[in-house]
Design a protein. Sequence first.
Length: 430
Amino acid sequence: MTTLTKTSKKTRKQGMLDNVMRQFDNAADIIGLNPNIRKILEVTNNEFVVHFPVRMDNGEVEIFTGYRVQHNNALGPYKGGLRYHPTVDIDAAKALAMWMTWKTSLAGLPYGGAKGGIQLDPSNYSLAELERITRRFTYALGDNIGPELDIPAPDVNTNPQTMAWILDTYMSTKSPSERSTNMHVVTGKPIGAGGSEGRDRATGYGVFLNIKFWAEHKKVDLKDKKFIVQGFGNVGYWAAHFLEKEGAVMTAVQDAYGSIANEDGMSVEELMEYATANKGSVLGFADAVPIDKNDFFALNCDICIPSALGNQITAKNAPKIKAYLIAEGANGPTDVEAEEILLKKGIDILPDILCNSGGVIGSYFEWLQNRNGEIWQLDEVMAKLEKKMGESFKRVLETSQRRKADMRTAAFIIAIERLEEAYVQRGIFP
Ligand code: NAD
């Protein structure tokens, strides 16, 4: 097995950016990436930092800082989510934008990579304030986003409602004759506002499919297998929903508020109902007990699904992990040191750029429908998603076997080789 042992030549700030660069360096070294193309892919194309004022409910004005980083668009318009979280900064946006470039390339989509967001804790603001913040952020980004230029989508603490506000603000700045040609400026919209059937569950369903494909390959029966989920939001919930339908049992959940466990299993739907009524928090759910958050990853289970933030599985907790499969719903949940430890222990990792790519594939379907004036049925969307995810999984598995590399390295190799080919064929302007 090839493991991620190489450290970057440059000193980089610890965190997600360091992580994604080391993953990139590792794969680029293995394939002997053209050094000129390497120089291009190592840096981001554009980085926007906007400071903008918003009037709060109490009449005072607050200044917010928003980010949008466009890493690469060699394969098509920039694509990636917007995150509202206190940890959002330029380095986080750069790292997440890079992962998007590899993800869209791996999935064979006509997109590049971008990411952004606002550094804030949304729980401190009313819905009306969040609407004004979102609209003013969209206005500040102006024509640096666009349906054929850069297409945002939901991420942590943003949702279909956020996308509807962005769409409405963006369209409102266009002349009347152009307005309805801009529906695809964002994806992940509510269905009534131009969204697609199935986009809500696309990421979680993709995580589930990857686990299913892996289980078929390993001849593992998912029935009665125990899984734990970090992050019970869009991705974590839908992944758990489909796994439970397959007969697997959810035994622990951790969210931003705390951790709960029940060795005998708890109902995914009942927990979702409880959390929805409890401001998004799983704490206090009657059918589970609270546990120390530091014990979460060490719990006895078969499958671990990190679906919250980056750098959650580190050298500190990796040695204690008992799961034999980690399915990365989140972006960048496992750092490079942790990955080395896990691979040595024989734990399989379904890497983020493969495992959570159902989201951007679902977004691509929404974008295509808006662009072509089409409306697809749910079963059609799910079938297309399953086909595309199946192809990606097969390609990554085959590359990992042929290259004797772990799944992440294989996924990066496929993604980078596609970009290299595009640059070699097109050349560099002028
Ligand atoms: P979300 O806002 O719907 O849910 C996030 C969940 O994580 C919540 O349950 C929250 O309480 C929990 N959380 C936040 N901070 C935490 C912490 N410190 N410890 C434990 N739990 C914490 O977000 P989401 O859309 O489900 O995104 C989750 C992850 O999946 C992110 O890494 C995101 O980039 C990635 N992702 C999302 C999509 C998508 O379509 N939404 C697609 C691909 C990847």
